[in-house]
Design a binder for this molecule. Structure first.
Ligand code: SF4
Length: 449
C-alpha cells in the first residue's frame, strides 16, 4: 500500500510530498491522458491539454507523454515552484494552509519508492507511465446533447450537414458552432503518427510499466485500434487493470467481440453511461435505443468476464424526471449480479451550463429533489448500495435544494434558460425529436420560455 495504515491525507502529504517540495505532484510524472486523434496530452484533467509534435514522437514514442512542457513543469515542481496550468490545485491550497488538493489524491496512488525516483531524477529524463487514459479517435455512433464535435463524429456530421447552432450566448456556445477539425487530424485510413508511436511505446515498455490503462473515445468499439489492443491481451498475460468506456450501443458483432476479448483480460472494468429511462434517455443520448442498450447491459453482465461494471450518470436538467426509476433499474441489475454490477456515479454536469440542473425553475428543481429524497429514504438501508453511491445521491439532493444551492443571479439564469430553449428547439429539428412530447412535466415551463 502506498499509504501507511491509518494515515490521514494531511499526514501523508507531510510525510511523502512536502519533504520533496511545496508543489510536487506524482501525476506530472506517472499519469497522462493522451488524445491520439489530435496529438494532445495533459497530466490530469485539470491542466489544459497541449500539443505534441509529430517530429518529436517520430524521433521518440515516449514524447507522447514526456513533452518539453511537462519536463519543464516537473523541474518547477522539483524546485517547489507552481506550474501555472495546475491552478486548480493551487486555488484549493490557497484557501487554507492545510487544504488537501487533488495533487495529494493523484500522488498517493503511487508507491513511496516510485515517487522518490521521480523526484530525484533529472527533470529531462523520459518517464514510463503507471496510469494512462487514451482515446484513439472521436468516431462515435451517438451524438448526446451534452457532448460536442470534439468527442463525437455524429456531432461533426450534424454541424457539417446543418451548420452551426445559432443564437446561443452563454458558455459552451462554441462547442456547437464548428466541427472541431483540430480534434481529429487524420482521416479514416490515413496513417496517424501518434497512434503509431503509441503502439511502438506499448510494445517496448508501456505494457510493462502501466498498472492501469483506460480507453475512452469517441466510442472505442468503433475504432479498429481498440481491437488491435484487445488482440494483444489475448496473447499476453498481464496484471494490468484495463478499463474501457463504451456507450454499449454498438452492433451485435462488436458487442460479441468485446465479450470474447473480456475473457482474455484478468482485470477488466467496463464503464457505460446513462441517467434516464426509455424515450427520455433516447432523447438525451441521441443514437441510443433503450431496448437495445438494456439488452446489451444484460449481455455483458451475463456473458462478459468483468471485474467491475460501472454506470456513469451525467446529471443534466433533463434526466431528473426519470433518474429515480433509472436508479431502481440499476438495483434490478445489482440484484442477481451483486452490488458491484453495476456501481453508479452521479456526475453533476456543469458545462454547458444551459443544460445543467440549475437552469430549471425553483419549483421544478424542488419537485425533483423531493422525488430523489424519497428514493434515498426508501433505499438507504439496501445492502446492494455502496456508501459512496449514497453519498453521491445525498450530494445531488443538496445540490438540487434551492436553499442550499440557490441558482445563480436571476438575470444569469434567464440567459441560460433562453439558451436552453434555443438549443433544444434546434436539436429537435436536426435530430427529428420532440421535446414537449418527451418531457411532458417540463412542457408548460418550456413553452413560456
Ligand atoms: S498539481 Fe493538480 S492540476 Fe497539476 S497535475 Fe497534479 S493534480 Fe493535476
Amino acid at each position: 500500500m502506498p499509504r501507511n495504515n491509518n494515515e490521514t491525507d494531511l499526514e501523508y502529504k507531510r510525510r511523502v510530498i512536502d519533504i520533496k517540495s511545496e508543489s510536487f505532484c506524482g501525476a506530472k510524472w506517472y499519469n497522462a491522458t493522451i488524445w491520439l486523434g489530435s496529438g494532445q496530452t495533459t497530466s490530469c484533467h485539470h491542466p489544459l491539454p497541449h500539443q505534441v509534435t509529430v517530429a518529436d514522437v517520430e524521433a521518440n514514442p515516449k514524447a507522447l507523454h514526456n513533452t518539453p512542457k511537462k519536463k519543464q513543469e516537473r523541474e518547477q515542481m522539483q524546485k517547489g515552484e507552481r506550474p501555472a496550468g495546475c491552478e486548480y490545485c493551487w486555488k484549493i491550497e490557497d484557501i487554507g494552509r492545510d487544504n488537501i488538493s487533488d495533487r495529494v489524491y493523484k500522488t498517493v496512488i503511487y508507491t513511496d519508492e516510485e515517487l522518490e525516483t521521480a523526484y530525484a531524477q533529472p527533470a529531462s529524463n523520459d518517464v514510463d507511465l503507471r496510469t494512462l487514459e487514451i482515446a484513439f479517435d472521436r468516431t462515435c455512433n451517438f451524438g448526446c446533447s451534452y457532448c460536442n464535435p470534439a468527442f463525437s463524429s455524429t456531432w461533426v456530421k450534424d454541424i457539417d450537414t446543418n451548420g452551426p447552432f445559432t443564437g446561443l450566448t452563454s458558455d459552451g456556445r462554441n462547442h456547437f458552432t464548428h466541427s472541431h477539425g483540430s480534434s481529429q487530424l487524420y482521416k479514416f485510413g490515413e496513417v496517424n503518427p501518434y497512434v503509431e508511436a503509441f503502439f511502438k511505446w506499448w510494445e517496448t515498455d508501456l505494457h510493462r510499466s502501466l498498472s492501469e490503462l483506460r480507453l475512452t473515445g469517441g466510442e472505442p468499439l468503433m475504432s479498429g485500434e481498440t481491437f488491435k489492443l484487445l488482440e494483444w491481451f489475448k496473447s499476453n498475460d498481464t496484471d494490468m487493470r484495463f478499463a474501457m468506456n463504451s456507450n454499449l450501443g454498438a452492433k451485435d458483432e462488436l458487442i460479441d467481440r468485446l465479450i470474447d476479448a473480456s475473457h482474455s483480460i484478468r482485470h477488466f472494468h467496463l464503464y457505460t453511461s446513462n441517467e434516464a429511462m426509455g424515450a427520455q434517455s433516447e432523447y438525451i443520448r441521441d443514437g441510443l435505443i433503450w431496448d437495445k442498450w438494456t439488452s446489451n447491459v444484460d449481455r455483458v453482465l451475463e456473458s462478459g468476464n468483468l471485474e467491475g461494471f460501472h454506470m456513469m450518470c451525467t446529471i443534466n436538467a433533463l434526466c431528473l424526471d426519470t433518474l429515480p426509476e433509472f436508479l431502481t433499474k440499476c438495483l434490478e441489475w445489482k440484484s442477481p449480479a451483486g452490488k458491484d454490477f453495476p456501481t453508479f456515479s452521479l456526475n453533476i454536469l456543469r458545462f454547458p451550463s444551459f443544460q445543467s440542473p440549475l437552469v430549471l425553475p425553483d419549483e421544478i428543481r424542488n419537485q425533483y429533489k423531493v422525488k430523489l429524497q424519497q428514493w434515498f429514504d426508501a433505499n438507504k438501508d439496501n445492502a446492494l448500495l455502496h456508501q459512496f453511491e449514497l453519498n453521491q445521491l445525498q450530494r445531488l439532493i443538496d445540490y438540487l435544494d434551492v436553499v442550499k444551492t440557490p441558482h445563480m443571479g436571476a438575470a444569469e439564469q434567464s440567459v441560460l434558460q433562453q439558451d436552453f430553449k434555443k438549443f433544444y428547439t434546434q436539436y429537435d429539428e436536426r435530430r427529428n425529436k420532440n421535446f414537449i412530447q418527451t418531457f411532458p412535466a417540463l412542457a408548460d415551463w418550456y413553452t413560456t420560455l
